[in-house]
Design a protein around this ligand. Structure first.
Ligand SMILES: [Zn+2]
Length: 315
């Protein structure tokens, strides 16, 4: 009888502990968590670095998709409706698929110009900015400058800082937290960049051909050179006459590598390789392009390892 009474009391105490245990984390979680949507996985990776547990981050485009051409799935509308912040690459990279999603979300917070809209290109160093009148002549998909600027770690740092600042504006209580996360990321990025520069030092000045013009920021940071492109113009598929020019150039300049983004057909690069002896390398332009590329630092780890391996013994 007494034991029964005791066990009933024990049971009550345990329930109380359980309930309190439940209440406590709820109390903690009432600290804000911002809903962050980004157009690409690279921006999502940077937002996660600085957002930590106070940001729920999701990207629209996958890292293995061509960011110029993404299917605008309606399922993203629901997510955009709830977003506190939308981070985009800008420079018209997403012009073919993102604007209708933003409009249809009817979320006033994330409309261009609103406080929850961040265009990363405004804080990054942009290469190939047009000097004359802007034109999309012949289908050029880079009319405002090169939109693949996240492939320079310096720009990654600038974007992370801008996202941290923006998160701090939207959630001032956690501003110090975001700032601390940014400083930690910046430190890790600087350490990693020292390692990458060492790895790339022997490859300085190496000339490569790239399929699409995705790599100017990357090659500038790491000291490579781009001799030409498999595409005659960004966004225009290879033509026989242009392919012949590329083959002649590779032979003349003794170019050893053709870098191809994972979403392009390998037929033309392989044909060029066969004619010239150059090697085709599928490089990752984005986080999520390969399963092992899960964050921003791993993106450079992956590509630099690939380049090093491909060129080892050739120089
Ligand atoms: Zn492009």
């Amino acid at each position: 009888m007494r034991t029964q009474h005791f066990s009933r009391r024990l049971c009550f105490v345990m329930m109380l502990v359980a309930v309190l245990g439940l209440i406590q984390p709820v109390g903690k979680a009432s600290a804000k968590t911002l809903n962050v949507m980004t157009s690409t996985e690279d921006l999502a990776a940077l937002a996660r670095e600085v957002g930590g547990q106070h940001a729920q981050v999701e990207a629209i485009a996958r890292g293995y998709q061509d960011p110029h051409y993404v299917e605008a799935k309606p399922s993203f509308l629901l997510k955009l409706q709830k977003a506190d912040l939308l981070v985009v690459v800008g420079l018209e990279l997403e012009i073919g698929w993102l604007p209708p999603l933003i409009t249809q979300s009817r979320n006033a917070r994330i409309q261009p110009g609103a406080s929850g809209y961040l265009d990363s290109s405004t804080v990054a160093e942009i290469l190939e900015k047009p000097s004359g009148p802007v034109t999309r002549a012949m289908g050029d998909v880079h009319p405002l400058g090169n939109p693949h600027y996240w492939l320079d770690p310096e720009n990654g740092r600038r974007i992370a800082k801008a996202i941290a600042d923006k998160l701090g504006q939207l959630d001032p209580e956690d501003a110090a937290y975001f700032s601390q996360r940014y400083q930690d990321f910046d430190r890790r990025l600087q350490e990693a960049d020292k390692r990458w520069q060492q790895d790339m030092a022997p490859l300085k000045g190496t000339e490569v051909i790239t399929y699409h013009n995705s790599w100017p920021s990357f090659v500038e940071h790491f000291g490579l050179r781009v001799g030409g492109y498999v595409e005659p113009k960004p966004g225009i598929p290879p033509t026989p006459s242009h392919t012949l020019e590329v083959i002649n150039q590779i032979k003349k300049d003794q170019i050893k590598l053709i870098l191809v983004e994972p979403y392009f057909d390998l037929k033309t690069p392989n044909a060029i390789a066969q004619q010239t002896g150059a090697k085709v390398l599928v490089m990752m332009p984005s986080v999520g392009g390969a399963p092992e590329v899960k964050d921003y630092l791993q993106l450079f780890d992956y590509d630099i390892r690939l380049l090093k391996t491909a060129l080892s013994g050739q120089k």
